[in-house]
Design a protein. Structure first.
Lengths: 294, 327, 338
C-alpha cells in the first residue's frame, strides 16, 4: 500500500543537509549560498564600507582596479569592493526579512483557510487573490512618496506582496490533510482545532513551507534588486540593486567601467541561482511524488 | 490437454541483496470451462502468479524459471507481438480496483466497444455496437444505459462494466483479481453469481483471486491456497470445503478464522505471528513457525505438493507422513 | 429511565443538502428516525450496506457530524446541545476506533505520542513520566509487547494489525464507557482479525465498556455482538439478539442478507436470496415501506397497497419481546400475512 507520508517522517536537519549534499543540484546551490553568506556576513567586518568616504579629486573617480582599489572606484571615488561586500549584506538582509514576513503571513493564511474551509476559506482566498494582482511598482512608488525611500518600507512591501503563492500552496496541502482520518480522530479525542493545527497539520506542511521559503528568498532578492535599480531603494543602505542603479545613472556602463556594474550584476545572479537550486533540490527530497524510491 | 498448465513457476522481484521470489515454484492447472479460486493473504504472491499468465507483471519483476503453457503454447517464450495476440483475445484480466479506472469522460458503451475494435480490425462499427449491447445485457446492464458515463454508475454496476469489457473479445480465460473486495455483501453475491453464470454459459475458464476463502467455497469448482509464494493446498471445492476437508494446517487455521453461522457460535481463531519476509532466505516449510503441529523436519525440509487422491494435493510433511502410514 | 443505558439514541435524524447540478437542492436523509439503546457492557452491532446510514449514525454520536434532530444520551446526558469546551470535556467518555488504521493514525507521530495524546488533551496524569507509564500500560493491554519497544516506533513502521491495536490503546486510555468501532477489522488480513477482536472482547470484560460495533459483515456481528440491528436506508428494519436474528430473521431484507453470508463450506443447493438492484439514494427514499422496490415478499404477496402507502414502524414482534421488526407481513404469528 502506498502511503504518502511514510517517507516524510520526522528526520532531523542533518538528514536533509546530507540529502541536499548528495543531490548535485543541492550541492552546487549550497556551495553558492556558503560563498555568498561569507561575502555578506564576514567580509564587511574586515572591509567596512563608509558611504561618506568620497574621493578627493576627479582623478579618483571611476578608476579601474588598482593596488588601492581592487575593484576600482565608483563615481564618487569610493571603493567598489567594499561597496560590493556591504551591498551583499543589504540584499541578503532585505531578501530574508521580506521572506520571513511572506512565510508567516502566507502559511498562516494557507493553513487557516485550508483547515476551516467554508466561509473563512472564501474570505481569505479573496484577500489572497487581491494581493496576487496588486502591482508592486506603482504601490512602491506611492508608498515611497508617503514614507520616504526607506529599507523598512521596501521589506514590508516585498513581504506583503509575495505571500499569496505560499498561501495557495499551503492551503491545498492543508485541504488534503484535512481529509485524512487522523483529523476526525484527533477531534473525537477532544482536541481543539488549534491543537489539531499545531500537532497534526503543521508538522505535515512544514517541509513544504521550508522548500517554498527558500524559493521565496530568491524571488524577494530579485524584487529588491528591481526596485532599487529603478531608483526606489534606500540611498543610505546601498544594496547590489542600488549599485546597479548608480552605475547606470552615473554613466558607468557607457564609459565601460565594468568593475562597477559587473560585480553586483553577477552577485544577484549568483545568489538567486543558489537559493533556487537549493529550493528545488529540497522540494525534490521532501515531496515523495518526485521520487522513485518508496 | 488442459487450457492452462503452469509448471514450477518462479517469479522474482529485485531487492537490495539481489532478488527474491514472490512466486516460488508453483504448479497450477486450469481446465477448459473450469472455475478456479486462488486464495491467500496479502503478499502471498497470488496476484503476481495471476499476472504472470498474460505476462502483465510489474516492471523489474521477471519470470525466473518454469513454464506457462496456455492452449499448448508456452507464453513465457512469446515475444511482445505474440503476447499481444493472446492478451484480451485469449486471456483477459479484471484488475483489482479497476472499477475506479474507467475513463470519466467516455460513455461506458464506447469504452466496451474500444477493445473489440482494437483487437479485431475486421469488426465493423455496427457489429461492435451490437456486440456491446449484447455484452451489456449479458452482465445485467439495461442496454439503454450504454450512453451513460461512469459517474452515473454505482460500484457494482461499474464492476459489471469491467466484466463486460473483459468478455468483449470472448477470451478462453478470464482472470479476476479481487473483483468484489470493495463491494457490499449483496452486490458481492450478485457479481459472484454473474461470474459463475457467465462461466457456465460461455464455457469460460475463470481464475478468481480472493483473500476470502468463504467466497471461493461457494463459487468455485476448485481452489488453490497460497502461502508465502507457494501453493499450500489445492483441490476440488467439494473436497476441501466438504467431505474430506482441508488438510494443510494453514488452510485449516484460515478456515477457523471465519465465523461460520452454520456451526455453533464461538469466537474465531487467528493465526499467531506473521507471514515470513520473502526477501530473506527461506528454509523448510514456510508456515512452520506459525504452525502448531509442526514436526522437527518442517524447519529444514521444504515439503512437496503431494497428491492425496481425488485431485487434492497438499504440501505438508505431516499429511504426507500420514499418507505413507495409510498405504 | 434513560439512566440504565450506556447509550440511548432517540429518533435521530441526519440529513444534508445535496449540492451541485445533479441534486438541485435535494435533501438526503442519511439517518431517518433511528432509536437505539445500549446497556452498559453490552455490544450492539449495527449492520448495513454502504449508504445505509450506519457511518452517519457513528459520526453523529461522535459529534463529528451535526444531527438534524433527535437525542443522543450518553449515561443520561444529552450530547446534542453540547458545544465547545463542554463537548470536548465530555469526549473522554466516548471514543472511536476508525476503519482504516493507515489513515487514522498520524504518520509523523511516534506510537507512544499517539497513545499519550488523549491524556495530554484532557490533562490526565501529573507529568510526562506518568502519562508515559499509562500509555505503555495501555499498549500492553492492547497486546503490543514489548510496549516500550513498540512505543518508540513511528506508526508507519507498524503493520495494519499493530496499528489497529495502537488505535485501541489510545481509545481505552481515557477509560470511556462507550467505544464506537467502525469496521475495525475490515482492512485487515483474515488471520489477524481474531487477535484484534479478542483484545476488544477482553476489554469489554475487564473495563465494562460498551461497544457500538459498525460492520457490513453479518457473520462477524453474529460472532462478536450481543445484539444486532440491521439498518436499511437510514432506518432500523430489524433488531434482535445476535443468535435470534441469524437463526430466525423476520424482515425480508435480513432474510436475504443472512442467506448470502459466505460460509467456508461447500453447500449443495443452498438457497440464496440475491436481491436485485442496489440500495436507493437517501435523497429519493421510496414511498411507503422504503424496502418495497427490492422486496421479494412484496412481489410474492402480489404487491399489497399497504407496503406502497404506509411506512412500517419498528415494533415488537409477537414471537419475542426482544425481537423488533419493521415489516407489515413478515411476522407470521400476527396472522395478517394472508
Amino acid at each position: 500500500m502506498s502511503r504518502k507520508d511514510a517517507t516524510l517522517t520526522t528526520h532531523g536537519f542533518k538528514y536533509f543537509l546530507r540529502k541536499l549534499w548528495r543531490d548535485p543540484m543541492g550541492r552546487w546551490g549550497l556551495l553558492i549560498l556558503l560563498i555568498t553568506s561569507f561575502v555578506a556576513v564576514i567580509c564587511p567586518i574586515f572591509f567596512p564600507f563608509d558611504p561618506s568616504k568620497v574621493g578627493v579629486d576627479a582623478s579618483s573617480i571611476l578608476t579601474g582596479p588598482s593596488q588601492t582599489h581592487w575593484l576600482g572606484s565608483d563615481e564618487l571615488g569610493r571603493d567598489v569592493l567594499r561597496q560590493f561586500f556591504s551591498g551583499a549584506r543589504i540584499s541578503l538582509f532585505v531578501g530574508i526579512m521580506a521572506t520571513i514576513i511572506s512565510t508567516i503571513v502566507g502559511s498562516g493564511i494557507g493553513v487557516f483557510a485550508g483547515y476551516y474551509m467554508g466561509r473563512l476559506d472564501g474570505f481569505l482566498m479573496r484577500i489572497t487573490d487581491f494581493f496576487l494582482v496588486v502591482p508592486a511598482l506603482p504601490l512602491m512608488i506611492a508608498l515611497g512618496a508617503i514614507f520616504g525611500q526607506n529599507i523598512t518600507v521596501i521589506i514590508m512591501v516585498i513581504g506583503f506582496l509575495s505571500w499569496p503563492r505560499t498561501a495557495r500552496i499551503v492551503r491545498s496541502q492543508t485541504l488534503s490533510l484535512r481529509q485524512r482520518q487522523f483529523v476526525p480522530r484527533a477531534k473525537s479525542l477532544g482536541s481543539t482545532n488549534l491543537r489539531i493545527i499545531r500537532t497534526h497539520i503543521t508538522p505535515h506542511v512544514m517541509p513544504l513551507i521550508v522548500a517554498n521559503t527558500i524559493l521565496v528568498v530568491a524571488g524577494c532578492i530579485l524584487s529588491e534588486a528591481t526596485l532599487s535599480f529603478i531608483g526606489l531603494g534606500d540611498p543610505d543602505r546601498i544594496s547590489w540593486g542600488t549599485m546597479l542603479h548608480f552605475s547606470f545613472v552615473s554613466g558607468a556602463i557607457g564609459r565601460g567601467a565594468w568593475w562597477y556594474f559587473l560585480p553586483p550584476g553577477f552577485g544577484i545572479l549568483f545568489i538567486v541561482l543558489g537559493f533556487t537550486l537549493v529550493g528545488h533540490s529540497f522540494e525534490k527530497i521532501t515531496n515523495p511524488r518526485h521520487r522513485g524510491e518508496s | 490437454m488442459s487450457l492452462l498448465e503452469i509448471r514450477d513457476l518462479h517469479v522474482s522481484y529485485p531487492n537490495r541483496k539481489g532478488e527474491f521470489f514472490a512466486v516460488d515454484g508453483v504448479d497450477l492447472t486450469i481446465e477448459q470451462g473450469e472455475f478456479v479460486g486462488l486464495a491467500g493473504e496479502s503478499g502471498c504472491g497470488k496476484t503476481t502468479l495471476a499476472l504472470s499468465i498474460p505476462q502483465l507483471l510489474p516492471e523489474h519483476s521477471r519470470i525466473a524459471a518454469g513454464s506457462i503453457s496456455f492452449n499448448g503454447v508456452d507464453t513465457t517464450a512469446l515475444n511482445e507481438e505474440g503476447l499481444r495476440a493472446i492478451r484480451w483475445k485469449e486471456i483477459s484480466v479484471i484488475f483489482q480496483g479497476a472499477l475506479n479506472a474507467l475513463n470519466p469522460v467516455q460513455t461506458i458503451g464506447s469504452q466496451i466497444q474500444e477493445p473489440i475494435r482494437i483487437h479485431d480490425e475486421s469488426v465493423s462499427k455496427k457489429e461492435a455496437q451490437d456486440r456491446t449491447l449484447e455484452l451489456l445485457e449479458a452482465v445485467g446492464i439495461p442496454s439503454h444505459r450504454a450512453s451513460d458515463f461512469p459517474h452515473q454508475f454505482s460500484g457494482g454496476m461499474r464492476q459489471r462494466v469491467m466484466i463486460a469489457m473483459a468478455l468483449s473479445c470472448m477470451p478462453k480465460l478470464v482472470i479476476a483479481d479481487e473483483p468484489i473486495t470493495a463491494l457490499d455483501v449483496m452486490t458481492q453475491a450478485q457479481i459472484l453469481d454473474l461470474l459463475r453464470s457467465l462461466c457456465d454459459k460461455y464455457k469460460l475458464s475463470m481464475l478468481l483471486i480472493s483473500h476470502d476463502l468463504s467466497v471461493l467455497a461457494q463459487t468455485c469448482d476448485r481452489v488453490a491456497v497460497m502461502y508465502a509464494g507457494k501453493v499450500a493446498e489445492q483441490g476440488p471445492t467439494s473436497r476441501v470445503f466438504g467431505s474430506v476437508g482441508a488438510q494443510h494446517p494453514y488452510t485449516q487455521r484460515l478456515l477457523r478464522a471465519y465465523p461460520n453461522i452454520r456451526h455453533e457460535r464461538k469466537f474465531i481463531d487467528g493465526i499467531p505471528g506473521y507471514p515470513p519476509d520473502l526477501s530473506t532466505l527461506q528454509v523448510g516449510c514456510r508456515f512452520a513457525d506459525r504452525c502448531d503441529v509442526a514436526l522437527s523436519r518442517c524447519a529444514t525440509e521444504v515439503p512437496d505438493l503431494i497428491d492425496i487422491g481425488g485431485n487434492q494435493s497438499v504440501a505438508c510433511h505431516l499429511v504426507s507422513e500420514n499418507q505413507v502410514g495409510v498405504q | 429511565m434513560s439512566e440504565k443505558f450506556s447509550l440511548s439514541i432517540e429518533d435521530l435524524h441526519v440529513s444534508y443538502q445535496l449540492s451541485g447540478s445533479a441534486g438541485k437542492n435535494k435533501i438526503a436523509r442519511a439517518v431517518d428516525g433511528v432509536s437505539l439503546q445500549l446497556h452498559p457492557g453490552e455490544t450492539l452491532a449495527l449492520v448495513g450496506e454502504s449508504g445505509s446510514g450506519k457511518t452517519s449514525i457513528a459520526n453523529a454520536v461522535m459529534r463529528l457530524l451535526e444531527p438534524t434532530s433527535g437525542k443522543i444520551l450518553l449515561d443520561g446526558v444529552d450530547l446534542v446541545p453540547l458545544q465547545g469546551s463542554e463537548l470536548r470535556a465530555m469526549r473522554r467518555n466516548f471514543q472511536m476506533i476508525f476503519q482504516d488504521p493507515f489513515e487514522s493514525l498520524d504518520p509523523r507521530q511516534r506510537v507512544i505520542e499517539t497513545v499519550m495524546e488523549p491524556l495530554e488533551i484532557h490533562g490526565i496524569g501529573e507529568n510526562q513520566e506518568q502519562r508515559r507509564d499509562l500509555a505503555l500500560a495501555a499498549l500492553a493491554q492492547a497486546g503490543l509487547r514489548p510496549a516500550a519497544d513498540i512505543g518508540d516506533r513511528f506508526t508507519h513502521q507498524l503493520s495494519g494489525g499493530q496499528r489497529q491495536r495502537v488505535a485501541i490503546a489510545s481509545a481505552i486510555i481515557l477509560k470511556p464507557s462507550l467505544i464506537i468501532a467502525d469496521e475495525p477489522v475490515s482492512m485487515l488480513d483474515v488471520s489477524l482479525r481474531a487477535g484484534i477482536l479478542r483484545v476488544m472482547a477482553d476489554l469489554r470484560d475487564q473495563l465494562g465498556v460498551s461497544y457500538l460495533f459498525i460492520t457490513h459483515d453479518l457473520s462477524l456481528a453474529w460472532m462478536f455482538a450481543d445484539r444486532i440491528a440491521v439498518i436499511y436506508l437510514g432506518r432500523i428494519v430489524e433488531e434482535a439478539s445476535a443468535v435470534d436474528l441469524i437463526e430466525n430473521p423476520m424482515h425480508p431484507y435480513t432474510k436475504a442478507l443472512v442467506s448470502v453470508i459466505p460460509v467456508p463450506e461447500a453447500i449443495e443447493g443452498a438457497s440464496r436470496t440475491i436481491l436485485s438492484g442496489e440500495i436507493p439514494s437517501p435523497s429519493s427514499i421510496p414511498s411507503g415501506c422504503r424496502f418495497h422496490p427490492r422486496c421479494p415478499l412484496f412481489r410474492e404477496l402480489g404487491e399489497p397497497e399497504k407496503c406502497l402507502n404506509e411506512d412500517p414502524l419498528l415494533q415488537i414482534s409477537a414471537k419475542s419481546e426482544s425481537h423488533l421488526v419493521a415489516c407489515f407481513f413478515s411476522d407470521p404469528s400476527k396472522g395478517d400475512t394472508q
